[in-house]
Design a protein around this ligand. Structure first.
Ligand code: GTP
Length: 595
């Protein structure tokens, strides 16, 4: 155990975590040259396509230093805010963290938030000044920033380039020397913390764990403490590039367990497992509850796939502990699920994963934050779907969630950022100059104005230089109204939105215009109306298809038409029939695109 080191790599998005992880794996011969490919640990297709890390990935390396053999468990973590729950869970499995800072960018918003996460868990921090090969690198200036931020000595900061392989031996040595070996009692009753899990349709659910006390052997009988379920450890092992079965996983180590569990609900990330015969009495402190920021409905395009979708959601949740959901029904869409996400990117990724990994075609409804509504009967309701909003005359007051936002930027963009934040109902709280031309702005803002398109706007006005981090600060009373959408006179609950009264008229008008563009022409005319309560505030019309367009559908080569039909069926379109109108997925997101 004294030769085990557990560490994670944390940083702001794109500061080079996955690339540096590649170099560590190469240097320790964990992967052969033939197996090597860039950002090796980002093994999900989605991660490769988008060039971002979505999941934390654990991998074990052997490392020889001065004739001593060490076992290093590395966890590469995502950088984007929407996946910070992955980071926080990885941190709980480690004693130390490499904190990477891009030498050409300097400290950014998630450098700070991830550092605080690590410090709160008492992790030893190894600061790394990364990408020093870049011509735009500013080693002196960024070193100053790091020293200021973590209060370390200049010579504790390792200069590195994941791309060129600079600094790799120094980093590995520092991991051994600076990060302590795991504590824990190998003789005590088993306590293993489940920090991740994966659904595998052939082998059953794979559980990823870190042993705090005791050890586990193949064939042991174990009990999951939160669920009370008992299993036999059919296979245990450590995580190399492939899983490596072992007879025993020791105290302090990270490993996987397979025991034929098929039911997703039986596994809870954050749970502790122990031996049945010599059980531990205490669970390891699990993880903080996830606080979803955005809520939306997810519905099967084909209503008969509701049960299948439920199973898919359960399986996906195994691998995405930040996803929360419960069943809901919509007058327009039927049976589906109300889901909570950490942000819009998270929501997009969930939708994509349901489609790719579980072959589901789903519609996501208008996203919303969660409001607190006080009604005239003296009750307090949590409302995250516009359809749950009481009629205006039953509402006494509405509170909306506010955040503290930290924006770090070059000082030349301060003016533009202020204007943007004011437009989003933000209030400047503080302004701190980090260096002469880098500034941190702190705003209090309504979450609803930030989660949707704020980040893209911020990037645009700052030419990519500004970074954003935020945390919920509480609820404040706001003048919100429900904006209903009607198609041919019928209210479509899944299209309505909750907006601030000062913006309601403008939004109503723009929303109708956008919907007119997005809803395809059908056999009949479609009236689109926006309303607040009984009052119609905007109207647009989708004209009926013209006869000659229809005419083209008749005659012609039948086999060609069949092919077309099949093609259509295959790429089952994200369209939902509501009443007699077909609504495409984009229409449900129209409200996000009207600014
Ligand atoms: P997320 O996990 O999505 O937050 O990204 P990441 O921190 O893992 O960054 P990643 O390793 O994917 O690198 C981001 C980009 O920076 C890629 O285009 C890399 O090729 C580039 N990059 C990474 N390390 C270096 C480096 O040392 N020097 C240079 N010049 N480029 C680098």
């Amino acid at each position: 155990m004294k030769n085990i080191r557990n560490f994670c790599i944390i940083a702001h998005i794109d500061h080079g975590k996955s690339t540096l992880a590649d170099r560590l794996l190469e240097y320790t011969n964990t992967v052969t040259h033939r197996e090597m490919q860039a950002q090796l640990l980002d093994n999900m297709d989605l991660e490769r396509e988008r060039g971002i890390t979505i999941k934390s990935h654990a991998i074990q390396m052997d490392y020889l230093l001065n004739g001593e053999q060490y076992t290093l468990n590395l966890i590469d973590t995502p950088g984007h805010v929407d996946f910070s729950y992955e980071v926080s869970r990885s941190i709980a499995a480690c004693e130390g963290a490499l904190l990477l800072v891009d030498a050409s960018q300097g400290i950014e918003a998630q450098t700070i938030s991830n550092l605080y996460l690590a410090i709160n868990h008492d992790l030893i921090i190894i600061p790394v000044l990364n990408k020093i090969d870049l011509p735009g690198a500013m080693p002196e200036e960024v070193t100053d920033q790091i020293v200021d931020l973590i209060g370390c000595d200049r010579d504790e900061i390792i200069h590195a380039s994941g791309k060129e392989g600079i600094g790799v031996p120094e980093i590995l040595e520092a991991i051994v020397h600076r990060i302590p070996a795991p504590k824990g009692d190998p003789e005590a009753p088993l306590q293993a913390l489940i920090f991740d899990s994966v659904f595998n349709s052939y082998r059953g659910i794979e559980v990823i764990f870190r042993i705090k006390n005791g050890s586990v052997r193949k064939g042991d009988k174990v009990k999951f403490m939160a669920t009370g379920k008992e299993y036999i450890a059919d296979e245990i092992g450590t995580l190399r590039l492939q899983q490596q079965p072992k007879d025993v996983v020791e105290c302090g180590d990270v490993g996987y367990l397979i025991s034929g569990i098929k039911v997703a609900r039986e596994v809870k990330v954050g749970d502790t497992f122990t031996h049945i015969h010599r059980p531990s009495t205490a669970m390891i402190r699990g993880f903080e509850e996830v606080k979803p920021m955005v809520f939306a409905g997810i519905y099967p395009v084909d209503t008969s796939e509701y049960e299948e979708l439920r199973e898919a959601m359960e399986k996906l949740q195994l691998n995405d502990a930040s996803l929360v959901w419960e069943p809901e029904t919509s007058a327009a869409l039927g049976f589906g699920f109300r889901c909570g996400f950490l942000g819009m990117l998270h929501m997009e990724i969930v939708q994509e994963r349901l489609e790719r990994e579980f072959d589901m075609t789903v519609i996501t409804t208008v996203p919303s934050v969660q409001f607190t509504v006080h009604n005239t009967r003296g009750e307090t309701l949590s409302v995250s779907a516009p359809s749950e909003m009481p009629e205006p005359n039953f509402i006494k007051s509405i509170e909306e969630p506010f955040i503290n936002a930290q924006i770090i930027s070059k000082s030349e963009y301060v003016g533009a950022i202020m204007t943007l934040c004011m437009d989003k109902r933000g209030m400047l709280k503080n302004q701190i100059y980090l260096t002469s031309d880098r500034v941190e702005l702190q705003f209090s803002m309504p979450l609803a104005e930030v989660v949707f398109d704020f980040f893209d706007k911020l990037k645009t006005i700052s030419r990519g230089y500004a970074s954003l981090d935020y945390e919920l600060s509480g609820y404040q009373e706001s003048d919100m109204v429900k904006l209903d959408v009607m198609l041919n006179g019928d209210r479509v609950d899944a299209l309505s939105a909750i907006v601030h009264r000062s913006k309601a008229y403008e939004w109503g008008k723009k929303l109708c215009e956008k919907l007119r563009e997005l809803i395809p022409r059908q056999m009949f005319e479609i009236a689109i109306q926006a309303a607040i309560g009984q009052k119609i505030i905007a109207r647009e019309t989708v004209k009926a298809m013209r006869k000659d367009v229809l005419a083209k559908c008749y005659g012609g080569d039948i086999s060609r038409k069949r092919k077309l039909l099949e093609k259509q069926k295959k790429g089952k379109k994200r369209m939902r029939q509501v009443g007699n109108v077909e609504i495409p997925q984009e229409a449900f997101m129209a409200v996000l695109k009207i600014n």
